[in-house]
Design a protein around this ligand. Structure first.
Ligand code: HEC
Ligand code: HEC
Length: 342
């Protein structure tokens, strides 16, 4: 009697385990990966041994990220459009930058959280990595509108910044535009947000509820992971309007890269990053999911299925790194003054 009870318990836990493994295996077969839970494994993915992540660089990069003096007007920082308190975005359809100018292609600000995992940066994927990427917005007219020379002058006019660059890179550091922007990129690499979905993939079967696992299965069965895969569940170039025309294609003039490919947005923290799509034309996540069915998969996704997928997508809301708002070093008499004119 006792033995058979033990045996039946064993079978029970075996099925539970087997069931869990099945879902995890299914996820992995679809090319989706967890954010590693060991720092060592994570660094293997995001760190560059030629310019390694150190506390001094991260702290300095954070200051520059929050410093509006990186812009011509001295009013706009990276955090203006990639607000770390708002899921790394600005919450408006088209980004608004220098002189209250909207992005000329009506492009929406993507999140910077987990951008270290993307294979391509920008909606048309024109930038391969974060250090290169960060040079773009500082100079772009409708964003921060600051020529490299102005940024170099501003930073080099502030002795405290010079000291911090020396502490981070050694006394011979040349504080040029490339160094300033690559330091910001090192800070961005730390913006990684593991969620309960990662806890689940990393072995905690109870991290997801039954409904969340069911939503995950619907997500996989519909074929969403064909493009939303990897650690970011996005971040690669994929064809767009594969099966049907995007309902708001007429908003802005963005057509993808030269082959019509578009950078697949990450689905991590997706509940925090509305509005959706390259032109920020869709505000509800439910509608975004249904639009993916018609444009990318050629299927009609019902309200009930969309709700299930949404239940899964909510599990991708991650734990944000604690970021203390930095005190920035003071300008000096030599610091070029703000210029807010167009
Ligand atoms: C005026 C708003 C604005 C400012 C300021 C701004 N960005 Fe962006 N950022 C955008 C928009 C819009 C895009 C997409 C542009 C495109 O694809 O052509 C973008 C793209 C990015 C991306 C690519 C992410 C992806 O998923 O492709 C990263 C990373 C990024 N910005 C970081 C930064 C950093 C670092 C700064 C400060 C140096 C900065 N941004 C300043 C609006 C802004
Ligand atoms: C063939 C590739 C592909 C498939 C399949 C696919 N997506 Fe996408 N997804 C994309 C691309 C590319 C975009 C960006 C399109 C744009 O904005 O121009 C996108 C955008 C999204 C967005 C908006 C994200 C944002 O931040 O703007 C959501 C949400 C989304 N997809 C969810 C899904 C779901 C759920 C499925 C399955 C029902 C799915 N996708 C299937 C490639 C794909």
């Amino acid at each position: 009697m006792k033995i058979s009870k033990v045996l039946s318990l064993c079978t029970l836990s075996a099925t539970v385990l087997f069931g869990a493994n099945n879902v995890v295996d299914h996820v992995k077969q679809n090319g989706i990966k967890a954010i590693p839970n060991s720092n060592y494994e994570l660094l293997k993915i995001i760190d560059d041994p030629k310019d390694p992540i150190t506390d001094a660089k991260v702290e300095l990069g954070k200051k520059l990220y929050f410093d509006p003096r990186m812009s011509k007007s001295s009013l706009i920082s990276c955090n203006t459009c990639h607000n770390l308190a708002l899921g790394g975005t600005d919450g408006v359809s088209a980004a608004i930058g220098h002189g209250w100018t909207a992005n000329p292609h009506h492009l929406n600000s993507p999140t910077v959280y987990n951008a270290a995992f993307f294979k391509a940066q920008f909606w048309d994927g024109r930038s391969p990595h974060l250090a290169d990427q960060a040079q773009g917005p500082v100079q772009a007219g409708p964003e921060m509108a600051a020529p490299p020379k102005l940024v170099e002058e501003r930073i080099n006019s502030i002795p405290e910044y010079i000291e911090e660059f020396k502490a981070a890179y050694g006394d011979n550091v040349k504080i040029d535009f490339a160094k300033i922007t690559s330091t910001i990129a090192i800070f961005e690499k730390t913006l990684v947000t593991p969620s309960k979905f990662d806890d689940f993939l990393n072995g905690n079967n109870n991290a997801l509820s039954k409904a969340e696992k069911e939503g995950l299965e619907v997500f996989l069965d519909k074929g969403c992971a064909a493009c939303h895969n990897g650690i970011a569940l996005g971040g690669t170039m994929q064809p767009f309007q594969v099966a049907g025309k995007y309902k708001f294609a007429q908003v802005g003039d963005f057509k993808g890269d030269k082959n019509g490919m578009v950078k697949t947005p990450t689905l991590r923290n997706i509940t925090e990053t509305a509005p959706y799509f390259h032109n920020g034309a869709i505000w509800s996540l439910k509608d975004a999911i249904k639009e993916m069915g018609s444009t990318q998969l050629g299927i009609a996704i019902t309200d009930a299925e969309s709700a299930k997928i949404e239940t899964f997508l909510k599990t991708l809301k991650g734990r944000k790194p604690a970021i203390s708002y930095p005190q920035l070093p003071e300008s000096t008499a030599k610091t070029p003054v703000p210029d807010a004119k167009l």
